[in-house]
Design a protein around this ligand. Structure first.
Ligand code: ADP
Length: 382
């Protein structure tokens, strides 16, 4: 941008110098009035062109996402684009009025040191992170400050760090159990062979748990990049396919499962991801319902949406916990989640699938009475 402004300025000066010189030469040589008119016409065209270039430059600068502030050698502010006003507040006229202070210091540093100075600061309410890069653009100390909002990038970076820390923590427990069980078999089996089946069972259980966490993490990372929405998926047929497996889980938990899935308009999306959604919601409903309880899975339509509802008569979720249950690795009842083979990732997977399909998910719950998850997905338009 600075180069563009400099080029426009230089071209203007050169054009005018050339035009004046041509006029003088013309006078000296007593050229005709037509000759002068021709030169004036050419000068006018050049000025029009320069004006057009200036307007194009202004359009580019004002529509940039990055904030631009051009600070002259004596601290006067020569240019502030719209994005800079959005990021930094009302247009400053001198450097001392520029906020935040860290940017002023960066500009002074770049101006006196002659090299690029970059800083990141947290500012405003609600707070945002801004990255300011002060670039010396002229030997006279003129500096261009480029301001970018890096809040989202920082949030993603923090989420990635959290995920790595949480995943490592989750994987450590079954890994330690596997190590302990293997050691017991190795050291104690020759004295007491009965430890073998017991600890082999522990090995198997923890290995299954490890592979479930890894499989959920892989699903999540795939879903974070979006779902392939190429298929036309009939949720009633999908429930038919999942039915036997879900019924088996319900039977094992002595929970009554009822699936009411009349024929539905299809939704556009990924059958694989929608199966994951159904499995996670229904598995949860079964796992958090006591023996003798009941889980109802219902499909219906509402306006242009297909609505999947999974209601249980289980343990329920305290109201204050509801906003957090879709977070990765968040569990209300850690012990019950572990006991029943939970990874803390199921609802995070559900949320991603729903969002990728342009839908919504709602939850209502009453402690000790039960929970109902309602997923709305837009029906496919023909
Ligand atoms: P988990 O693998 O621990 O079940 P999820 O992400 O599937 O992890 O769910 C997050 C938490 O939400 C669970 O640990 C549980 O405390 C709570 N939860 C989810 N579904 C239900 C439900 N149907 N009834 C009661 N609590 C639930």
């Amino acid at each position: 941008m600075d180069k563009l402004l400099a080029v426009v300025g230089v071209v203007a000066v050169v054009a005018i110098v050339f035009a004046i010189r041509e006029l003088r030469v013309s006078d000296r040589a007593h050229r005709s009035a037509e000759e002068r008119d021709r030169i004036i016409g050419s000068l006018q065209r050049r000025l029009d062109q320069l004006d057009e270039d200036r307007r194009a430059t202004e359009t580019v600068v004002s529509s940039m996402e990055e904030g631009i502030v051009l600070v002259g050698s004596v601290g006067g502010i020569r240019l502030v684009n719209a994005a800079a006003e959005r990021h930094l507040g009302p247009r400053p006229t001198t450097l001392v009025q520029l906020q935040p202070m860290a940017f002023r210091e960066a500009i002074r540093g770049a101006s006196s040191g002659g090299s690029v100075v970059a800083v990141e600061v947290e500012t405003g309410a609600p707070s945002r992170w801004l990255r300011g890069t002060a670039i010396p653009v002229d030997e006279d100390g003129t500096v261009l400050l480029v301001v970018r909002d890096v809040t989202e990038g920082r949030r993603l970076e923090a989420a990635r760090r959290d995920l790595v820390a949480n995943a490592s923590h989750e994987l450590k427990t079954p890994a330690a159990s596997i190590q302990a069980a293997a050691e017991t078999i190795r050291t104690a089996a020759h004295e007491d062979p009965t430890v073998i089946p017991r600890f082999a069972q522990q090995l198997e259980r923890e290995a299954v748990r490890l592979s479930q966490i890894v499989s959920d993490l892989l699903d999540l990372s795939r879903l974070e990049t979006g779902s392939e929405l190429h298929e036309s998926v009939a949720l009633d047929e999908l429930l038919d396919q999942e039915g036997p497996r879900l019924q088996e889980s319900a039977d094992d938990a002595a929970v009554q499962l009822r699936i009411d899935a009349p024929s539905m308009p299809p939704v556009r999306g990924s059958a694989r991801d929608l199966s994951l959604l159904v499995r996670n919601l229904v598995d949860n409903a079964i796992r958090y319902t006591r023996p003798g309880g009941r889980v109802d899975v219902t499909l219906s339509t509402d306006s242009d949406d297909v609505v999947l509802s999974v209601a249980d008569t289980g343990v329920g979720i305290p109201t204050r916990e509801l906003p957090r249950i879709f977070e990765r690795f968040y569990r209300v009842d850690r012990a019950r989640s572990r006991e029943t083979g939970g990874t803390g990732l199921g609802l995070s997977i559900v949320k991603h699938v729903v969002e990728n399909h342009g839908g919504t998910v709602n939850v209502t719950s009453e402690l000790g009475r039960g929970t109902c998850f309602e997923v709305r997905l837009p029906a496919a338009t023909a």
